[in-house]
Structures are given as structure tokens and as C-alpha cells.
Design a protein around this ligand. Structure first.
Ligand code: F3S
Length: 107
């Protein structure tokens, strides 16, 4: 199993999730973070850290978010690891209210 970053992260990227990760499994893209499914140990520590509740266990993905399992696995192959929190994206508070933003993911 693994945990998965989903649509809610797009254009927010709060990065609180990376702080408790004991295995440095987060990778950073322009407006989204992805979890390496081979590194994640399902500790669940990141789940409660995300202000927009973007992180789910792969078997608990909400309807419509299943595609993010493949998206996370693909994006970690060309995005660098992130291990420290950084400021959220400038319009994060606005985008936190938007549900349909899959098409805005910058790969
Ligand atoms: Fe994204 Fe939430 Fe982490 S918005 S960067 S999954 S804290």
C-alpha cells in the first residue's frame, strides 16, 4: 500500500505534509506534491498535517480521485525530493476552495 496526494493539493502546495515523513517520500513539482509509492511506509503522519485533506491511503481514495495513484507514481520519477516545508503557493487560500482543478496540474 501507499498514501496518495490528490486533487486538493493542486495550486495550494502547503508542504506541511513533508515535515513528519520519516522516509522522505515526497517529490515536488510546480504546483503539486507526489508520494513515492515504493518509499511510503503508510505511517499516516502526513495525513493530518495537510490543511486541505489531500492525502489518502490508496485503498481509501475518494470517488474520482483513483487516477491520482497513477499520477503520483509517474510524477515522482522526474520530480526532486522535498524534505523541508516551504511557503504555500501565493493563491493557496483561494485554490483550497476549488474542487475541480485536475486540469491545472503542471507536470
Ligand atoms: Fe499538498 Fe497538502 Fe502537502 S496541499 S503539499 S498535500 S500539505
Amino acid at each position: 500500500m501507499t498514501h496518495v496526494v490528490t486533487e486538493a493539493c493542486i495550486h495550494c502546495k502547503y508542504t506541511d505534509c513533508v515535515v513528519p515523513c520519516p522516509v522522505d517520500c515526497f517529490h515536488e513539482g510546480p504546483n503539486f506534491l507526489a508520494i513515492d509509492p515504493d518509499e511510503c511506509i503508510d505511517c499516516t503522519l502526513c495525513v493530518e498535517e495537510c490543511p486541505v485533506h489531500a492525502i489518502y491511503r490508496d485503498v481509501d481514495l475518494p470517488d474520482g480521485q483513483e487516477v491520482f495513484l497513477e499520477i503520483n507514481a509517474r510524477l515522482i520519477t522526474h520530480w526532486p525530493v522535498i524534505v523541508q516545508k516551504k511557503p504555500a503557493l501565493p493563491a493557496a487560500e483561494h485554490w483550497a476552495q476549488i474542487e475541480q482543478k485536475r486540469h491545472l496540474l503542471e507536470e
